[in-house]
Design a protein around this ligand. Structure first.
Ligand code: UD1
Ligand code: CA
Length: 463
């Protein structure tokens, strides 16, 4: 039986290089906070417990992490990564026989399978401390692995390193595994005699060596996983890695992405097979798109559910809405929150809907605003129809029953109800309910004055 595993995520530091009012680990990558990415890759290892060290803006961090099974430990002052682990000292005392994974909260790209390899190495070696390293072409900013004169391994931080040490390529990643007992025995030996006057967790490597305890590096090859996100340029690079990872996952599942360089799909989005996504499409939040759909260029879909066989024509915006099987949306459609489009419906150019249910096979082809409305199956909405849902105080509902036909340019002053199979004459302003199977026309009658223009012209000519 291998020892049980605990995990500790360091998320107390401000992250000054972000130049932000918000703590670094709460900056988003594909709509998910940086520290949440770390939490999820650790959760997949199923450790017995996950601790998160919080300090700067701790309430916000505690609030942002989806925390089933997570315990927070407060580091009152942020005096360095070693000091952060020290904050867990008392909590760890009852777990001496376990392993502890310590990970910086700014490593959102690390994959569970890589940590698993690291854990296997640690257990096989029987190390007191294992630390992950990578050989980097440009290791600027990372601590470097060195060997002291008496042959003991050590990590020197960039700021404390000599020019010769800075040339070394083996970088410290910021992920460690300790035997808890050995950690507790030695961690109080940390000091802050360095340029930053911080307690460096990295000094534990030399401390272990001097205490005759085994400390060893585990070198990883997949260096794309270890960008430590310290500033906004590194954030952008990390986002790009995650974005492409998501796209390759989707293509492996049978989704066609025509231009991976311009498409953005959030981590929590599901897309069915045989769906095609054109360039410049953005799909955000917990959205899902069905099987065999086509999403044409430049649409933005947020937190929405789209069924099978749906076509989204170019430049549509779909927020918090649901679209049924076989419907067609766009081009230039705007579906605002709480809109439900039932199967086979068509919504076209410059149609805006909000909090509206649109029935099976119903059509609204052009230039309409439908808000707070319930529209039945097979209803036809003519061009330029407007639901006047707001009376200046509250929002009112419009109900249009199945198979009704709303002529072009109609204004429906809510609350109002149009009965099934009724017709509304074009250009009507409807203020009263219309019963089923009727025709309602509400506009002034047309008058014609024969020869009026001819007479007008004559008068002009006399002047
Ligand atoms: C750290 C390592 C460095 C390594 C690099 C990899 C140390 C001393 N150095 O440097 O060797 O190459 O990561 O990315 O560990 N934190 C706290 N409390 C604190 C200070 C920091 O919780 O008092 C947290 C931060 O929120 C962050 C993590 O620890 O998530 C790492 O801190 P950071 O300042 O980014 O360390 P680096 O300078 O990148
Ligand atoms: Ca860092």
């Amino acid at each position: 039986m291998s020892r049980k595993l605990l995990a500790l995520i360091l998320a107390a530091g401000k992250g000054t290089r972000f130049k932000s009012e918000k703590i670094k680990v709460l900056h988003n990558l594909l709509n998910k906070p940086m520290v949440q990415w770390v939490v999820e890759s650790i959760q997949r290892l199923k450790p017995e417990k996950i601790y998160v060290i919080v300090g700067y803006q701790k309430e916000n961090v505690m609030h942002a992490i989806e925390n089933d099974g997570i315990e927070f430990i407060i580091q009152k002052e942020q005096l360095g990564t070693g000091h952060a682990v020290l904050a867990a000292y008392d909590v760890l005392r009852s777990d001496e026989d376990k392993d502890l994974l310590v990970i910086n909260g700014d490593l959102p790209l690390i994959q569970t399978k890589t940590i698993r390899l690291f854990l296997n190495y640690h257990r096989k070696q029987g190390n007191s401390l294992s630390f992950m390293t990578a050989d980097l072409e440009d290791p600027t900013g990372f601590g470097r692995l060195i060997r002291t004169e008496d042959g003991i391994l050590s990590i020197i931080e960039e700021k404390d390193a000599t020019p010769a040490q800075r040339k070394l390529k083996q970088a410290n990643v910021g992920i460690y595994l300790f035997k808890v007992k050995d950690l507790l025995e030695t961690i109080k030996r940390l000091d802050n005699k360095n340029i930053k006057a911080e307690y460096y967790l990295t000094d534990m490597i030399e401390i272990m060596g001097r205490a005759q305890k085994k400390a060893g590096p585990f070198k990883i090859e997949s260096i794309g996983e270890i960008i430590g996100v310290n500033d906004r340029m590194e954030l952008a690079r990390a986002v790009d890695v995650l974005r492409l990872r998501k796209i390759s996952e989707l293509t492996a599942q049978g989704v066609t992405i025509l231009d991976p360089s311009s498409v953005w799909i959030d981590h929590d989005v599901h897309i069915g097979s045989d769906t095609t996504v054109y360039p410049f499409v953005i799909i955000e939040g917990r959205s899902s798109v069905g099987h065999n759909c086509v999403i044409y260029p430049s649409s933005h879909i947020f937190q929405s559910k789209i069924g099978d066989d749906v076509r989204i024509l170019p430049s549509s915006v779909i927020e918090e809405s649901t679209i049924g099987k076989g419907a067609q949306i766009g081009p230039f459609t705007h579906l605002r929150p709480k809109t439900v489009i039932h199967s086979g419906a068509r919504v076209g150019n410059f149609v805006e809907m909000k909090n509206t249910v649109f029935g099976r096979g119903a059509k609204a082809g052009h230039l309409s605003y439908l808000g707070d409305a319930e529209i039945g199956d097979e209803v036809n909405i003519g061009a330029g129809t407007i639901t006047c849902n707001y009376d200046g105080i509250k929002k009112n509902r419009t109900i249009i029953e199945e198979n009704a036909f709303i002529g072009s340019g109609t204004e429906l002053v809510a609350p109002v109800k149009i009965g099934k199979r009724s017709y509304i004459g074009a250009g009507s302003t409807i203020t009263k309910d219309v019963s089923s199977e009727s025709l309602a026309v509400a506009r002034s009658r047309q008058i014609e004055k024969a020869g009026w223009a001819r007479r007008k012209q004559k008068i002009k000519n006399q002047k």
